[in-house]
Design a protein around this ligand. Structure first.
Ligand SMILES: Nc1ncnc2c1ncn2[C@@H]1O[C@H](COP(=O)(O)OP(=O)(O)O)[C@@H](O)[C@H]1O
Ligand SMILES: [Mg+2]
Length: 364
């Protein structure tokens, strides 16, 4: 069994960090960890995962495979994850082995269920749109009538990139929408008439210290993030509001690591929280080339019990996701002096798949 270095102090260079999930977020986390002298072990069901190819070790196993988790726990001083749909049992299993997982089980549980998430947020002074849960077609119709139309129906669990969501224009259509989403428990949300979508990336260390990045302004297409511009142009009052929300969420979750908080800026200047992601976040990729310490290194610092680094912006960045075949233009991007190219090493450029991103860097 791994010794428990964090009980006695920070994880030291040369020790090993485990990451559940081997996609692009795991890859960028692994790269940051390597830069600080750590070894990384990735657990992913796919043999050829993007993160596995830059890590010291890879365990190919499903997230609930006892042997895989055993091997991960034996190798790593601490384990983190790159996506929020890691099964709760996997984290519980690691905890039984005495292996610490950060962010902890509360953050994971809250972020896995949109109903729990919105309930938690409202209970911690982080306002959201009005919402109602439904477990049957009849309840979905009633919820739509209660909230007013249109409403956005989302599966409570496992949605991402706009998947598992349907707009409902007429209350009677809510029954069909419920069935179309698979007949699983859903949440219905009042339509947010936002003027902008923003996000705040923040971190909390083991000592409770927090660090907040400048806000990003985000543009989605077809439910997928297309573009972020950061630091977003915001008033000091708006930045304060975002910082207060981040502080409440981090403290309420007794959080360790980096978190992504998606926000709606309303016409009256209020910020509503759309959702939280207990991990590094696509809208924080600009920090790789725009901030003194980027979100990936920050996450590694936080979970390893190191001091958090400065989140100050050193440049203005436009981040563009490269989806599907767009990444084939790598040579063009590489020739642009203001463009920093980040490719994820994915073999198969399916339409809409996140293959990489570019950060276009300008002076502040
Ligand atoms: N209540 C809402 N009102 C208006 N637009 C919404 C609402 N909820 C989500 N959206 C839009 O859909 C996008 C994806 O929804 P989100 O809840 O963030 O799901 P995902 O987990 O797929 O990112 C948001 O970024 C926003 O553009
Ligand atoms: Mg989202």
């Amino acid at each position: 069994m791994a010794d428990l270095p964090l009980k006695g102090g920070p994880l030291e260079p040369g020790q090993t960090i485990g990451i559940l999930g081997g996609g692009q977020l795991g890859r960028m986390l692994a790269t940051a960890a390597a830069r600080l002298g750590f070894d990384v072990v990735i657990l992913d069901p796919e043999p050829d995962a993007p993160a596995g190819r830059v890590a010291a070790h890879t365990i190919v196993a499903s997230y609930d495979d006892p042997q895989g988790l055993e091997a991960l726990g034996a190798a790593a001083g601490i384990v983190t994850y790159e996506f929020e749909n890691v099964p709760a049992q996997a984290v519980a299993r690691l905890a039984e082995m005495g292996v610490e997982v950060a962010p902890g089980p509360l953050a994971l549980r809250i972020a896995q269920d949109r109903l729990e998430e919105k309930t938690f947020l409202n209970g911690h002074g982080a306002p959201t749109v009005a919402f109602a849960a439904a477990d049957t077609p009849e309840a979905a119709v009633a919820a739509a009538e209660q909230l007013g139309l249109p409403v956005l129906m989302k599966t409570r669990r496992e949605g991402y990139d706009g998947k598992g969501q349907r707009w409902v224009e007429h209350a009677a259509d809510a029954a069909a929408a419920f069935r179309a989403l698979g007949g699983v428990p859903v949440i219905l949300e009042a339509a947010a008439e936002f003027v902008r979508e923003l996000s705040v990336i923040a971190a909390r260390g083991r000592d409770g210290a927090t660090a907040v990045y400048p806000l990003a302004e985000n543009h989605h297409e077809g439910g997928i993030l297309r573009r972020s511009i950061a630091p977003a142009r915001v008033t000091p009052a708006l930045a304060d509001q975002a910082e207060r929300i981040a502080a409440r969420v981090l403290a309420g979750l007794d959080y360790v690591g980096v978190i992504g908080i998606e926000l709606f800026e309303m016409a009256d200047g209020r910020l509503l929280v759309n959702e939280i992601a207990p991990r590094v976040h696509n809208t924080g990729h600009w920090t790789l080339d725009g901030c003194e310490v980027d979100q990936f290194e920050q996450h590694i610092r936080a979970i390893a019990g190191w001091p958090l680094g400065p989140t100050v912006a050193v440049a203005r960045v436009e981040m563009l996701n490269l989806l599907g075949e767009e990444a084939d233009q790598w040579l063009k991007f590489a020739a642009e002096p203001e463009t920093r190219l980040h490719l994820y090493g994915k073999r198969d450029a399916k339409p809409g798949r996140k293959m990489g991103h570019v950060n276009r860097v300008k002076p502040l």
